[in-house]
Every structure is written in structure tokens, then in C-alpha cells.
Ligand binder design. Sequence first.
Ligand SMILES: [Zn+2]
Length: 81
Amino acid sequence: MLSIQLTCHSDHKQTWESQPVLKKKPLGNLLMAGAILFTGNSYTSISRLTGVIRLKHITHLHTENLQKQSLPLAQVADRNS
Ligand SMILES: [Zn+2]
């Protein structure tokens, strides 16, 4: 996730983030990990697609960690289908 701290000449501060954040967690990353799981895709196929358009995204390890930590029930359902 890209986060930029902005400060104007009057010292007003603002932060811009490249994706929505909830409880300090970037939601786009969770959506990506969940979308891969729920669509039955693999990280490799999604990575090939995003690579063609040069879209930056989370690593394979980060995807797996998010799926294990935040979507454990979905993983069990996926394995049983
Ligand atoms: Zn200002």
C-alpha cells in the first residue's frame, strides 16, 4: 500500500492512501486474497494477469498469510468443494 503524508504551507497535514484502511489494515489486500480464494483462482494466474498491466500487488506469502489469518473458514470451504 502506498501512503503519502501531505503538508501545506499553513502546516495542515493530510494522509493519502492508495486503498481503504480499516483498523490499520489495507482492505484492498484482503479483497485480493479473498477474491483469489472465492473465485478458485491461483496466485500464479492472478500474478500473471497483474504483471501484464504492471499492477503492483501483495506477494504470494502475504496472500497466503491473509487467507490463513483473516479467511480461515473460507479456506476450509474451498478445500471441501
Ligand atoms: Zn492548508
